[in-house]
Design a protein around this ligand. Structure first.
Ligand SMILES: Nc1ncnc2c1ncn2[C@@H]1O[C@H](COP(=O)(O)OP(=O)(O)OP(=O)(O)O)[C@@H](O)[C@H]1O
Ligand SMILES: [Mg+2]
Length: 358
């Protein structure tokens, strides 16, 4: 991994902060590289031995404390929430802080089978030498157990229930049998699992009661108020603009406030003043999408316009985020434009751009 890498794992990007936090004294759970308090500081921001720690997650401290405390027990952590509530983001950062490695990750899909969760075989080796440790292909879960790291399971509920249940032995016995070798791998200290799942998706497979009992669930919410949502979007857009080498225009804050207002009103089903009821579109209109809309707009503004953000650059991406169902959502948006934005003088540019598109 070099400077030409598109995106480094967060333990590399924030290496200096992690190093400073590792120096903080205090009791550590076995296998942890920093104290649970330092992990929370890493996520929420603060200071460690004179080094400023930036905030990675904006939200309730109690939630993050519960998540971190869970990992110090024999239960695994399940981060649940609607799409775009920073589940993967939090899981990556916690893994980086606790064990210095966020890369042991299994993306669970409907096609994930046991060999992608437990271990597979290198068939050339298997034929040449028969079943042996050399012929065994370890999965990220297997390697996390061996090395005492955190394994991240993304979208846990997308894989079949029978495959999910292979985790039960791992979570309750902290070992994985390898019957072919008459052997087993025993988890080293520090090993645990962070799974994420979203509760909006279609085609998910519920966790069995046996597996559910082995996870502590922490629900990550959408930001409760306008200010925190603006803060999250501003922070992430600034960071992403920097990493993409896109200049951030002066009026970014103003446009972020306007886009977040539109998102919050449509998502909540009423105007911010609570006076007009609205229909909500089918998509989730998460904070993550607001971030994506702003970054898309920035790119358009810097390559196709004079660089400053305007409704002209942002309206098409706002439209793309709102209209997920071409018939139903278009009607929802048209109604919002006519009943709300048309009457607001400071949104006349959004109104005219978007009403031409729906
Ligand atoms: N409260 C928050 N604090 C900081 N960043 C946030 C917050 N909410 C959302 N984000 C940002 O949203 C982006 C998307 O988050 P992420 O991909 O982790 O969502 P997710 O919950 O895993 O969604 P999905 O269910 O679609 O996988 C990240 O860049 C993250 O920084
Ligand atoms: Mg995710």
């Amino acid at each position: 991994m070099t400077e030409t890498t598109l995106r480094l794992p967060v333990e590399k990007t924030y290496a200096a902060e992690i190093e400073a936090l590792r120096g903080v004294d205090g009791a550590r759970p076995p296998g942890w590289e920093m104290t649970p308090r330092a992990v929370v500081t890493y996520l929420l921001g603060g200071e460690a031995n004179g080094t400023e720690i930036t905030a990675k997650y904006v939200g309730d401290r109690r939630l993050i404390e519960t998540a971190v405390a869970t990992l110090a027990t024999d239960r695994a952590l399940l981060l649940l929430g609607v799409p775009g509530t920073a589940k993967s983001w939090v899981s990556e950062h916690i893994a980086a802080a606790v064990t210095g490695d966020s890369t042991m990750i299994v993306q669970c899909t409907a096609g994930t089978d046991e060999t992608q969760v437990r271990y597979g075989w290198n068939y050339a080796q298997l034929l040449a030498k028969g079943p042996s440790r050399e012929a065994l292909v370890p999965t990220p879960l297997f390697r996390a157990m061996e090395t005492g790291k955190i394994c991240r399971l993304e979208e846990l509920t997308r894989m079949g229930s029978d495959v999910q249940d292979t985790l039960i032995t791992v979570l309750s016995e902290k070992m994985m049998p390898i019957p072919e070798l008459n052997d087993a791998v025993y988890a080293a200290r520090g090993f645990n699992i962070i799974a994420t799942a979203n509760d909006r998706d279609k085609g998910v497979n519920d966790l069995s009661a046996a597996l559910k009992r082995r996870f502590n669930v922490v629900v990550l919410p959408l930001p409760s108020d306008m200010e925190s949502e603006i803060r999250i979007v501003t922070k992430r857009v600034g960071e992403m603009a920097q990493s993409l080498d896109l200049p951030l225009p002066k009026n970014a804050a103003e446009e972020i406030a306007r886009v977040v207002t539109i998102f919050r009103e449509l998502r909540g089903g009423e105007t911010l003043d609570g006076k007009t009821a609205l229909k909500a579109p089918s998509g989730s209109l998460s904070t993550a999408e607001a971030i994506a809309v702003m970054v898309g707009g920035l790119s358009h503004a810097s390559f196709f316009a004079d660089g400053s953000l305007s409704a002209e650059s942002l309206a098409p991406t706002v439209l793309g985020a709102v209209v997920k169902d071409p018939v139903q959502d278009k009607a929802v948006l048209a109604e919002y434009l006519e009943t709300v934005l048309k009457k607001r003088r400071d949104y006349s540019d959004y109104y005219s751009e978007m009403s031409g598109m729906v």
